[in-house]
Design a protein around this ligand. Sequence first.
Ligand code: ZN
Length: 491
Amino acid sequence: MENRTKRTLIASAAGFAAGLDAVRAAKFKPKKKEYPALPEENVNVERYTETLQAAIRCKTISNIDMSKMDKNEFIKLHNLLRKQYPLMHEKLKVEDIGFAALLYTWEGTDPSLKPIALLGHQDVVPITDGTLGDWKHPPFDAVIDDGVLYGRGAIDMKNHLVGVCEAVETLLEEGFTPKRTVYLCFGCNEEIVASPESQAELISKTLESRGVELESLLDEGGGLLNMKIPGVIDKNIVGIGIGEKGNVEFRITVPGDGGHSSAPPKHTAAGKLADVIKDIENHPFPVRVSPEIKNVIKILCENVEFPVRLLTVNYKALMPAIVLAMANIKGASSLMRTMQAVTMLEGSPQFNVLPKNATAGVNFRIIPGEHVSDVEKHLRKVIKNKDAVIEFRGGNEPSIISPTDSRTFNLISDLVGSMSDRNVIVPFIVMGGTDARHYQNICSQLYRISPFQMDFEIVFTSHGTNERIPVSSFHDGVAFFKRYIRKLSSE
Ligand SMILES: [Zn+2]
């Protein structure tokens, strides 16, 4: 759409909204669900902190080539869990799966009930070359400075994995026995997103071969974000991931003649490839305003402060303008469409040699509702050079969308909702990949949330420099897992 048309559309929608009843906007209170008050939860924050620090000191770094992963570091982590959580290792069955994955089974008393699972991954991403010196504290030292714990894995996701173990140990100390079987599934190469050797998949296949069908599972992917923009919004946005985008790779090859660079054709294969890349980049995928994205917009519009709410209270009329604005914001745009990124390029190995072939690698993040076949169709349509060879190189379809009216979803909402009046629940589609998708063969209710409260700036340290977590989030994080397991497994 042309810029002028865009501006007219936004202006007219804004004008329309501004003409609305201002009193209604001022008085408007988002429908507040009453959440049950929760009794205090006993949490051993000291043991949790000590265990998380020790876990971060295990350098469980992922590598696409598993022979390059240091198994000893994973064994160190397993031994740590054994030492810190003796009851968990006495009462639950522990199995080593594949390279270094762990499957714990906490047998329930009623085998007629479908089991539940809590997922976690033990691995972390490496430190990017040249950034080690930028860390305030070394990434594997797990130093606490001014109430913040620094280290690789602090939020992705040793905090979550150790939190689950801490909760199980404490529940056992309190004499709790589940009615419903509880599985803890800890993969070890989640960070290698397109790995053909996913160890999480190995766990899920193991469960499938035993005839296990899960009621629901909980993994990382969503979180509790403190969103404070003075005069606009002052809430904790609680994102519960109910689905995730697909992640696929295509290779596009343009053939050439090769030969000596002293007698080149008008366009070499590399030059023709440049046109192909322009064709791709000039044709982004269309925006899809799914029911999920509409719901996100609705919830956010309802929760901004007055007088900004003057504009947003009539979000239905504003929807086209909001969608248009979001489609042009990096990050927000990814929520609404399949994204494409040309990433790898190959041509001639030498300055004086003409390329025989020139290739581009393109990564796509597919939004639920679209498929790998749609990506291929799109490429064939937009690439004008019909000699270009388009090859699917692997990846996975978007996940299923999990229901927002299930027992598990309602429990997560109740638990997080009752933590604070500022919490606003937002079901959403996770843009990255998680291990959860590997369990769709045995589960249709997959939820993604890490119950640790943090500011926006901290979230962005995941996979980056100075990854860190506030110590103040530990108590409520572990308490969430205790309440979640206790309630979900007792009925
Ligand atoms: Zn992760």
